[in-house]
Design a protein around this ligand. Structure first.
Ligand code: SF4
Ligand code: SF4
Length: 466
């Protein structure tokens, strides 16, 4: 058991005078306590450690995840997405929205409490503050104390580490858009382009101010999600809830007739948004569960059952049975849309064509008649090679009678990621044509990889055809 867990109940009463609901007028100094939900919060922040490390990961000779805006490519491990595949991004956004809505319907603002970059960065920043300046009571005393060598040293150290974290956050974000190692080098040699400096400055400012000073007040005042969550939760949503029946009337443990709540206010002291959960569900609650850990530790010391504050739905609190997830229309709707979006993304990922092809029949002129009487049509081939290798494409016709490619057997060379238009000519003897407008089917086949084969339908026009 840690030192803080062994803290006597009397000390909690003493500290309680420092804990009150903060409505945004001051920096919140939430008390940090060990517990089950505290551990979950640490585990969830691993997701953001991956965010910090991913730009340095290499895959097939390039950055594993790279939004290459100048070349209009998005590399996702061995998959390369082009602007033509952008429809999949819409599905990804729908998928993320449905995940958020579904999770909120089941368990409230789990995203806010455990995964949101704002709350995770704030948690890291306040952990550093806790290590350097001490617990909330010590921090407030330090803030109120006159300037001294000790205060200056502690403040400088804290702000230097915060700024370093903000810089790393900003560079990491920029590194998703260009080669990460090269970017570091360009920043360190002051050779980065202006846009890179603007991105870095915006992120350093945002991270330092939002995570260091405003903290969860950003959730309270700036984040729109807090405003719309009320339409996503219902009586079945499981949220941190104070058991009023068991807790009230609140008062000292030694006084007979009181409920289980000893009014120590530890649940308020640990709350990063300064909410008193005993007053009911509030807009400021990010459902982080810290108050549950705090109250459980108090119940343990009093030798009373845990769960005075616990994850529970309004129905459960009213003594009703919580319906299973598959009986909840809201959850079923979100899950159905989620699965449709996943199916669309999987289909898109597995059916990305290696070449984006279009063959345009020239209309000025529609045809030309050669001196020997043959009819010639001109076509422009626009092919985008979406593979990482150069492709030599053999062009042929399928199912066409009486038509031939001028310089038949010619190859079109497709550089990776490039679209250089090429021209093709078809020729036919008028007597060999079955109609004045004939459908032709072009076939492009890679010499190196015959499985890369594209077909494109167009027309051949003879005099009198339209
Ligand atoms: S709910 Fe629990 S932590 Fe909060 S004041 Fe009551 S006993 Fe203390
Ligand atoms: S009331 Fe409890 S669950 Fe809600 S934000 Fe505060 S500590 Fe987290």
């Amino acid at each position: 058991m840690s030192e803080r867990e062994q803290e006597p109940v009397e000390q909690m009463y003493k500290d309680a005078v420092h804990w009150h609901v903060n409505t945004g007028g001051e920096t919140i100094h939430a008390k940090r306590m060990p517990g089950r939900f505290r551990s979950y919060k640490w585990y969830a922040s691993v997701l953001w450690v991956l965010y910090l490390l991913t730009p340095y990961m290499r895959w097939d000779g390039h950055q594993a995840i790279l939004f290459n805006i100048p070349e209009r490519q998005f590399h996702l491990f061995s998959i390369t997405l082009w602007p033509q595949d952008i429809w999949m991004l819409s599905l990804v956004l729908i998928l993320l929205a449905m995940t958020l809505f579904g999770v909120t319907a089941v368990a409230g603002r789990v995203w806010c409490g455990y995964f949101c970059f704002q709350t995770v960065w704030t948690d890291w920043f306040t952990w550093i503050e806790d290590k350097i300046e001490g617990n909330p009571v010590q921090r407030r005393k330090l803030d109120e104390a006159p300037w001294s060598a000790r205060k200056l040293r502690l403040k400088l150290l804290k702000h230097a580490i915060w700024l370093l974290m903000a810089v790393i956050t900003g560079i990491t974000f920029a590194a998703y858009f260009t080669d990460a190692f090269e970017l570091w080098q360009r920043y360190l040699t002051l050779d980065a382009p202006p846009v890179a400096w603007v991105v870095l400055a915006a992120f350093v400012f945002g991270t330092y101010v939002f995570a260091g000073f405003m903290r969860e007040q950003v959730c309270f005042w700036l984040c729109p999600y807090a405003r719309i969550q009320s339409v996503m939760v219902d009586k079945d949503t499981v949220l941190p809830t104070y058991d009023e029946m068991r807790g009230e009337p609140r008062g000292k443990a030694k006084d007979k007739g009181n409920g289980d709540c000893i009014d120590c206010r530890l649940c308020v002291g640990v709350c990063p948004t300064g909410v008193d959960i005993r007053e009911g569900m509030q807009e400021g609650c990010i459902t982080c569960g810290m108050c549950i850990d705090a109250c459980n530790s108090v119940m343990d010391k009093l030798d009373r059952p845990r769960g005075l504050i616990r994850y529970a739905s309004r129905k459960e609190m009213a003594g009703e049975v919580l319906p299973p997830l598959f009986r909840r229309p809201r959850v079923i709707t979100y899950c159905t849309i989620f699965l449709l979006a996943v199916s669309g993304i999987v289909y898109g990922m597995t059916h990305i064509p290696p070449i984006e092809l279009s063959i345009v029949h020239e209309r000025q002129p529609l045809y030309i008649q050669m001196s020997n009487g043959d009819i010639q049509n001109r076509y422009t081939v626009k092919a985008l090679n979406k593979t990482p290798a150069t492709l030599h494409m053999q062009v042929s016709l399928s199912g066409a009678t009486g038509l031939a490619i001028v310089d038949g057997g010619q190859e079109i060379v497709l550089e990776p990621g490039k679209m250089i238009p090429a021209h093709l000519f078809l020729v036919a003897h008028p007597g060999a044509l079955t109609a004045k407008k004939v459908t032709v089917n072009f076939v492009l086949e890679s010499v190196e990889s015959p499985h890369i084969r594209m077909e494109y339908e167009s027309v051949f026009m003879a005099p009198g055809g339209r």
